[in-house]
Design a protein around this ligand. Structure first.
Ligand code: NAD
Ligand code: DAU
Length: 340
């Protein structure tokens, strides 16, 4: 298969490309990435070294650029599109949501339109459990849970999902949607909880925990999510939505304490800070449909996943230093300034 993977220089996209290149020796991947602050060419160095110009091709560009996307689809004889490209950080969407509309909504619609015109055989939209909003203490999100996004980020992802649905219903585009819970693992940008807490704890800096620290997320190791997206790509039904979760519901404070304990750092580094506005209380995924139709099952439990993640960050200090450029520091300062 010849795949166009968008956002392949980000966290999950880069893990997904390695999964494809390692698992399918006949597949070719074209990685379309704009290289925003979250996109990093270094993530794909091994792919370039081992497969560059043969089974792996990088194209810098914007998913919202119709001419460029159409050119790539045709020139590279693409069979399927997997759309990871997005603005992905909830806090940044609270600070300024316009890039989220531009990429997540308009960019996705543009990819859908270009794919429709090119007669693409499969389109996978990588979405999120956040489109369902928040849960109380009981229950899980199913694919039938109504969409009720609470942040500008999740509103933009829900809007994209609705465009995918419209392209299936109106034009018969062979598209489907995957919705996953919180990922962690190698290459995660140090603005998300686990990567940020590792970075700060390892440097003996204070750890900002929002509100009472009891918000719950359902953590999934990134390799498990990538296998899920791959299964949906090869076995999924047009028009379907598939939930993926990690069976690892944990309050944020427990996640932070686990990282401190692995690093042998004191809990006195923790600071409870002002809550995130519109902060969803709890996520949990019912992924029985993906089990039944795709044969999906997460392989990592949290204990194993977090140990491997910490080990990866420890072994990749250069990567972690490299992504903390001026724009990273500026955002961190603006967002957390005065709270720590
Ligand atoms: P990320 O922020 O690490 O990476 C996003 C990538 O997209 C970057 O490489 C960036 O350069 C690229 N990009 C941004 N705008 C672009 C544009 N207009 N054109 C081309 N490339 C562009 O994100 P991530 O955490 O890897 O998330 C990937 C996808 O998975 C997103 O769609 C996100 O909504 C979804 N998702 C993420 C999680 C999670 O826990 N991180 C969970 C469920 C779903
Ligand atoms: O659920 C899937 C979503 O998970 C993805 O769609 C998003 O792209 C991804 O960013 C993630 O969203 P969250 O908002 O859940 O992830 P984040 O890592 O930002 O926060 C996880 C929890 O930790 C959340 O309850 C907020 C809290 N938190 C986060 C940060 C950055 C803190 O307490 N302190 C922090 O400094």
């Amino acid at each position: 298969m010849r795949l166009l993977v968008t956002g392949g220089c980000g966290f999950i996209g880069s893990n997904f490309i390695y999964h494809i290149l390692d698992a399918y020796p006949d597949d070719v991947v074209v990685n379309l990435d704009k290289l925003t602050y979250a996109g990093n060419l270094a993530n794909m160095q091994r792919a370039e070294n081992e497969h560059g110009g043969k089974r792996y091709h990088f194209a810098r560009g914007d998913i919202a650029n119709f001419e460029f996307v159409s050119y790539l689809l045709k020139e590279q004889a693409i069979d399927a599109v997997v759309n990871f490209a997005a603005e992905s950080h909830v806090d940044r969407s609270i600070a300024d949501c316009s890039p989220f509309l531009q990429t997540n909504v308009l960019g996705t619609q543009n990819l859908l339109e270009a794919s429709r015109r090119a007669g693409i055989g499969r389109f996978v939209q990588v979405s999120t459990d956040e489109v369902y909003g928040t849960l109380g203490p009981e229950g899980k999100f199913t694919e039938d849970t109504p969409l009720a996004p609470n942040s500008p980020y999740s509103a933009s992802k829900a809007a994209a999902d609705l465009f995918v649905r419209a392209y299936v219903e109106t034009y018969g585009l062979p598209a489907l949607i995957t919705r996953c819970s919180n990922n962690y693992g190698p290459y995660q940008f140090p603005e998300k909880l686990i990567a940020l807490m590792y970075l700060r704890a390892s440097e003996d800096q204070t750890l900002p925990v929002y509100g009472d620290g009891k918000n719950v997320r359902d953590w999934i190791y990134v390799a498990d999510h990538c296998r899920g997206v791959d299964l949906a790509l090869r076995r999924g039904r047009t028009g379907a939505v598939y939930n993926f979760g990690g069976n690892a519901e944990l309050p944020n404070i427990d996640v932070v304490r686990t990282i401190l304990s692995i690093l042998g750092k004191p809990e006195s580094l923790i600071r409870f800070v002002a809550d995130r506005p519109g902060h969803d209380r709890r996520y949990a995924m019912d992924y029985r449909l993906a089990q039944k139709e795709l044969g999906f099952e997460p392989e990592y439990d949290f204990t194993r996943g977090i140990r491997e993640t910490v080990a990866w960050y420890r072994a990749n200090g250069d990567w972690l230093r490299g992504v903390q450029d001026g724009s990273y520091l500026e955002f961190m300062d603006k967002w957390y300034g005065g709270r720590l």
